[in-house]
Design a protein around this ligand. Structure first.
Ligand code: ADP
Ligand code: MG
Length: 877
């Protein structure tokens, strides 16, 4: 809410400041933070790292707030007398000036101020790009648009720019930015309508890590980690009041819920801005979703969107105040890393697979080796068997040969024995024969020849014997060589047996080795199987925990839902009761007059704070101080007290929700009586301002007229030359001019004459109010006449307004000129004014306006008047 009532001089207020430190330093967490300690501890097993300090600036994580002004639309341009913009931007100083009405304005500082010409690209680069970059580094981020319906939230956030890429809004540009910055092998991105859920893989092995030892214990060095961050892009519902949103029936219920959410958001921002110990984030879904964005760990950028029209002054003002409060919110941005158990599990699974296949390969190898060895063993067994058979056969043969030889030797020996016996026999015969020879020596002569024969025979026998002996010798020799051969064969047999034994032992050795390797492999497989089953059971335990946690969360959500419903019901019944008990601001009608919605904040800090809050707070002040007490002070004898009382009432009257109540409680009567009786200039000025404020309310305007307000204002205007007083009086009459039902009375009470009379002041502000009043009057009158409710020439003409307009239309400032031109064109629409316009020389003026007026609608109005009126056409010719 802006400061300054109708009476107060315009002044500038500095609203921006470095964020105040938050309570207690917030120690006790593992991570170092840029801002003081976080409100919520980070959940295990995820670990958090603080954001890199942006150059050591203490407010580096403050919520950044920019304001964007929408260009005027056809609706703004169509509201003729309201076409003054209530906003003026000063982009160089990042300031925004909010004009409450023609005599008071406020200045606010923002992080950035975007004029109606700001491109979508620039808005993205200033508002969203730093947040998206921070999200890509692993921090959470929020970009949010806030503002009245139709001020460009969706245009800023959600514009797709299908036809013109330069029109693309933040959402499309952020997506492009993210997709071009990520790797599809290591990063994952998911999108939902509301949030964008980003995850980047990283394996952190920091030598100079800022992590403490206990976090290292939880996460081994090579544990796969993921950086999980999310980007929230929020296009909020319009922040206007329900009566402005145009909702009905079912829609109004929905609008109430939306309003409730926005109110909760406002409460949270207020609580955060004031360092309140309790932040009511649970009040609505919206605030729960945005918990991390305001006062949490996200980097947040807010765009508040506003329109230029002064008709929406109060919405624009409350939007700006929302932005100002949001600027005080400090976030503690942090990195969120989690162990990636999924990757770990997959890795282990892969390792197990590899080991299993390696084991199978080795088993196959061993099997084939074993088969080869078996084959070899069988072959050697077979060769051994063959060898044994051949050696046995040879032994048998040799044995046979030996036997044969032995029998031959035996036969030879027997023959030799026989030969010996024969020889012995022969020797005996020889001895007998020698004896006979000796005996028969005498017979020698006779027997000499016989002896000789016998000797010869003996010699022959001896020769035969020698031959037999030599044969025996040969046989013996043969037998001994056979014996030698036999022993050689026996030796060979022995050798063959020992080599067979050697091969047998080798085969046994290989068998042993095989069994050992098989055992080792089996035990390895066993241990791997155990490891796998351990991992599986671990996984099951984790799944179980997850399931039970999910169930718990679900239950809590149900409970919370129930509680919320209860609170909602209670709130509804409370507000119903309240509405019945007292006439609150909700039922009040907005003024349709052209003075704009003059809000009010007193100079005093207490009242300013109270009034700059919500309407509820303002009505509380009524309750606490008591309007009757304030009104009573208007009659005080003490001039100082009286002046202060009038100022307070003027301030209250600036707020549209108080305007009817002040009148109902006798405030208008008191003010008019003060205006009539007092001689004090300040009293005149402030009272006229208060009446001007009350005259903004449509239903008050009739009451003011009926109580003689116009006459009194005219009287004051004739008595003073003070430009500020004249400005207030002209403003009040200008507001009354906007009510066509009061036109006749206003003229009869001298209101029009007085309005024109104030021209004598020559002060630009006074003339501006006069021109505005005339434009209001002419526009409403033209509408009534065109609808056929009234006939006849304009009530303005008799009092000389037309003549003055023709003579002065080009003299004043651009906005005053526009008012005069517009009023003139409206008068020209009424055929009954034709003669007066021609007589006053207005045709020339009408022609000039139709060609030169800077506004399309005014030019068209002038052309329409000229083209549709034959008398004008004749005059031109
Ligand atoms: P909101 O979402 O706040 O209700 P929209 O984004 O729908 O408002 O804007 C209302 C209209 O104004 C749309 O037609 C939109 O194109 C237009 N508009 C808003 N802001 C701008 C701008 N900066 N430049 C051009 N047109 C705009
Ligand atoms: Mg929208």
């Amino acid at each position: 809410m802006a400061t300054g009532g109708g009476w107060a001089p315009a002044r500038s207020v500095e609203r921006h400041g470095a964020p105040p430190p938050r309570g207690g330093g917030g120690g006790g967490t593992r991570s170092k933070s840029v801002a003081p300690g976080p409100r919520r501890p980070s959940p295990s097993p995820a670990r958090s790292r603080p954001a890199p300090d942006n150059g050591g600036s203490s407010d580096s994580c403050r919520v950044r707030v920019s304001v964007r002004l929408r260009p005027k639309n056809s609706e703004d341009l169509a509201h003729g007398s309201d076409f003054d913009s209530c906003v003026e931007l000063q982009p160089e100083s990042k300031r925004l000036k909010l004009k409450k009405n023609n005599w008071s304005c406020e200045s606010y500082k923002f992080d950035e101020v975007f004029s109606e010409n700001a491109s979508q690209k620039r808005v993205y680069e200033v508002v969203a790009k730093p947040v998206v970059e921070s999200v890509l580094e692993g921090y959470n981020g929020t970009v949010m648009a806030y503002g009245q319906t139709g001020t460009g939230k969706t245009y800023t956030v959600g514009q797709l720019g299908k036809d013109d890429p330069s029109e693309r809004g933040i959402m499309v540009r952020a997506l492009e930015h993210i997709l071009s910055s990520m790797s599809f092998e290591t990063d994952r991105v998911a999108i939902s309508y509301l949030q964008i859920h980003l995850q980047r893989s990283s394996r952190i092995k920091e030598e100079n890590s800022s992590l403490s030892n206990d976090t290292h214990n939880i996460f081994p060095d090579d544990l796969p980690l993921v950086l999980k961050s999310k980007l929230l892009i929020v296009d909020l519902a319009g922040s206007e009041r329900i009566d402005k949103s145009g909702s009905e029936g079912h829609m109004i219920e929905e609008a109430k819920f939306i309003n409730l959410s926005l109110t909760s958001l406002g409460k949270c921002i207020n609580a955060l801005a004031e360092n309140s110990p309790h932040i009511p984030t649970r009040d609505s879904k919206l605030t729960r979703i945005l918990r991390d964005s305001f006062g949490g760990t996200a980097r947040t950028s807010l765009v508040v969107t506003i329109g230029p029209s002064s008709r929406h002054y109060s919405e624009t003002s409350s939007t700006i105040m929302f932005g100002q409060r949001a600027m005080k919110v400090v976030n503690t941005i942090k990195l969120k890393e989690e162990a990636d158990y999924e990757i770990l599990y997959k890795k282990m699974e892969r390792e197990v697979d590899q080991l299993t296949s390696e084991m199978e390969r080795q088993q196959k190898l061993i099997k084939s080796e074993k088969m080869q060895l078996d084959k070899k063993f069988k072959e050697s067994e077979r060769s051994f068997h063959d060898l044994r058979m051949t050696s046995n056969m040879r032994i048998e043969n040799l044995e046979k040969e030996k036997c044969q030889l032995e029998s031959t030797v035996k036969t030879l020996m027997r023959d030799l024995e026989e030969e010996k016996g024969q020889k012995n026999l022969l020797s005996e015969q020889i001895a007998e024969l020698e004896k006979l020879l000796n005996k028969n020596k005498q017979q020698q002569l006779e027997n000499l020849s016989r002896t000789k024969i016998l000797t010869d025979t003996t010699k022959e026998h001896e020769k035969e014997m020698e031959e037999l002996l030599r044969q025996l010798q040969e046989e013996r020799h043969c037998s001994s060589s056979l014996k030698d051969r036999m022993s050689v064969l026996q030796q060979e047999l022995c050798d063959a047996q020992s080599s067979a034994q050697l091969q047998e032992s080798m085969a046994r050795e290989l068998e042993k080795k095989l069994t050992k390797v098989t055992e080792e492999l089996t035990s390895q497989v066993q241990s791997l199987k155990e490891k796998i089953s351990e991992l599986i059971s671990e996984k099951e335990v984790i799944y179980e925990e997850l399931k039970s946690t999910q169930e718990k969360v679900q239950q809590e959500m149900w409970q919370r839902q129930g509680l919320e419903d209860q609170i909602l019901r209670l709130e509804r019944s409370t507000s119903d009761n309240y509405a019945e008990e007292s006439k609150t601001s909700y039922g009040m009608v907005r003024s349709g007059s052209g003075l704009g919605n003059a809000a009010f904040v007193s100079k005093s800090g207490k009242i300013r704070e109270a009034l700059s809050g919500q309407r509820g707070t303002i009505s509380k002040i009524f309750e606490e101080v008591g309007l009757p007490n304030v009104l009573a002070l208007l009659k005080s004898e003490d001039l100082d007290v009286q002046i202060h009382a009038v100022k307070v009432v003027a301030n209250l009257a600036a707020e549209d929700i108080n305007q009817e109540r002040i009148v109902e409680e006798g405030g208008l009567d008191a003010l008019l009586s003060v205006l009539e009786t007092s001689e004090n200039t300040t009293i005149h000025r402030v009272t006229a301002g208060a009446v001007a404020n009350l005259a903004m309310n449509g239903s008050n305007q009739g009451v003011i007229m009926n109580k003689g307000g116009a006459r009194l204002l005219a009287n004051v205007s004739s008595k003073t030359e003070d430009p500020q007083t004249l400005r207030m009086v002209a403003g009040a009459i200008a507001n009354l001019c906007g009510n066509e039902k009061l036109h006749l009375m206003l003229k009869q009470d001298g209101g029009i004459k007085a309005l024109l009379g104030m021209v004598r002041s020559g002060h630009a502000d006074v003339i501006a109010q006069i021109a505005r009043g005339i434009a209001n009057f002419a526009k409403c009158e033209s509408r009534v006449i065109s609808q056929g409710h009234r006939k006849g020439r304009s009530l303005l003409i008799e009092d000389g307004v037309l003549t003055w307009m023709v003579a002065n239309s080009t003299r004043f400032s651009a906005s005053t000129r526009r008012h005069i031109e517009l009023a003139f064109c409206h008068l020209a629409q009424n055929e009954d004014n034709t003669c007066d316009i021609i007589a006053s020389g207005g045709i020339k003026e009408l022609l000039r306006i139709s060609r030169e007026s800077p506004r399309d609608d005014t030019r068209n109005l002038a052309k329409k008047a000229l083209d549709s009126n034959p008398a004008f056409l004749r005059e031109i010719q």
